[in-house]
Design a protein around this ligand. Structure first.
Ligand code: TRP
Length: 437
């Protein structure tokens, strides 16, 4: 079976080196592996969450599409499309929204960061927060699950979103799959070496921090000027410098091979000036980027060609999405009237057994609980509680939020964190259908 790789880029800005190194380059490399089927798209619905300037959205869509193509994406080999050209995606978003527990979404980093900022500013917790931002992970899950992607190359900051997509897939499968896996459970794919490119100030390179190095904008001079602003220590030329931990070196590493990395390190330790080091970094990046910049300029000058490429891509994507969505609609009960035949109980029985929480009291008089998998293995064992109520509250908290990290519990023998999380995700889903259980 082929492996499906999928990733998207939010179209709110001008592509920077971080986008190239963290998303575009690894994705294109993955698309060239044999046995890989790739889906790359412009996340322009996601863009609307963060940006209410139509002209900027329009410009960014063009620039990001041209960047993918200039960087070597082959539209004949890859399914390359705009999210907003696939109406099946927002429809799937709704199906997923209906199984997404609000408690899980409360924990999403982007939303948490926004409420934390409001708290710090003494504002209402949800001030200025849209439902778009709150539901961001669900739309992203729909992007991924619509095409049953196995692998999703993303930056480390997106890993939580992939975990949420996985949770939603699992809940949906459990509720509506009747024993069948409707959705593939996706996995984040991070290139450990370059997972997070530092920006000019050492924080992650991101438009939100305004610390980016433009990829094509401004030409070679733009690249040189931006890298001139990378923060370094104040050691003068001739003084030995520590390369490890310097963000200039980290940026270089994202483009260099092992020999080049070793050479720059040795030169810095031998006293190479930061200014000269920056010139070397610019030259190394230019070797990769300059040929693409020429293709980029040519593409941006012909937006009609890009438009056509994207429409062709959307046709390919919808040929998969439309029949799959039909199946999903059927699975949740949105079916033609004539099909109402099977008694509900038959489907209920086909559902695999759930993990269970058991609360009990030991001869020591203390209260305990454990979480047991459907095959009887102990997934979690609690510490002793003086009151049954305390134990019960922890069970409730684990069921609703799935937050294991701070709970007084130990994992069972050879039970992985993932297994526990998956079990809790299933329980969250179960609570949605039968609150009595
Ligand atoms: N949220 C991603 C980002 O900002 C972009 C994105 C949207 C995405 N949908 C996706 C990435 C699906 C991977 C898969 O970087």
């Amino acid at each position: 079976m082929t492996e499906r790789v999928l990733t998207g880029i939010t179209t709110t800005g001008t592509p920077h080196l971080g986008n190239y190194v963290g998303a575009i380059r690894p994705a294109i490399q993955a698309s060239l592996e044999p046995g890989v089927e790739s889906f790359f798209f412009l996340a322009d619905y996601h863009a609307l969450i963060k940006c209410d300037e139509p002209a900027r959205i329009e410009r960014s869509r063009l620039e990001i599409a041209a960047t993918w193509l200039a960087a070597g994406l082959d539209p004949a080999r890859v399914t390359f499309y705009r999210q907003s050209d696939i109406p099946e995606i927002p429809e799937l978003t709704w199906l997923l929204t209906c199984v997404a527990s609000k408690g899980l979404m409360n924990r999403a980093h982007a939303y948490k960061a926004a409420t934390d900022a409001n708290l710090a500013a003494g504002e209402d917790l949800d001030a200025g927060i849209t439902m778009g931002l709150f539901s961001y992970p669900i739309l992203m899950a729909a992007d991924i699950l619509m095409f049953n992607a196995h692998r999703v190359p993303v930056g480390r900051d997106q890993v939580q979103h992939i975990e949420m997509a996985r949770d939603l897939a699992q809940r949906f499968n459990h509720l509506f799959g009747a024993g069948r896996e409707l959705f593939v459970l996706p996995q984040a794919d991070i290139d450990e070496r370059v997972a997070m490119l530092p920006g000019l100030d050492g924080r992650k390179m991101s438009k939100s921090y305004d610390n980016t190095v433009p990829l094509f904008e401004g030409g070679a001079a733009g690249l040189r000027d931006a890298l001139a602003r990378v923060v370094t220590d104040s050691r003068a030329p001739g003084e030995p410098k520590e390369p490890e931990g310097a963000q200039l070196v980290a940026i270089f590493d994202a483009f260099a091979d092992d020999a080049e990395r070793a050479a720059l390190r040795a030169a810095l330790r031998a006293g190479l000036g930061w200014g000269d080091a920056k010139a070397q970094v610019v030259a190394r990046i230019e070797r990769d980027i300059a040929p693409m910049r020429a293709r980029y300029a040519e593409l941006v000058a012909h937006p009609q060609r890009i438009e056509q490429t994207l429409l062709d891509g959307a046709r390919k994507a919808r040929a998969l999405a439309a029949p799959f969505l039909k199946e999903l609609r059927h699975a949740v009960g949105l079916r033609p009237m004539v099909a109402v035949v099977a008694p509900v109980a038959v489907e209920a029985k086909a559902r695999p057994a759930l993990p269970v929480f058991k609360q009990y009291r030991e001869t020591d008089g203390k209260f305990y609980f454990k979480l047991t998998a459907s095959d009887g293995r102990v997934l979690l064992q609690s510490a002793a509680f003086d009151s049954g109520r305390d134990a019960g509250q922890w069970v409730a908290r684990l069921k609703t939020s799935g937050a294991v990290a701070d709970a007084p519990v130990a994992r069972g023998d050879s039970v992985s964190v993932r297994e526990v999380e998956d079990a809790l995700a299933l329980l969250g889903a179960a609570a949605v259908v039968s609150p009595a259980s």
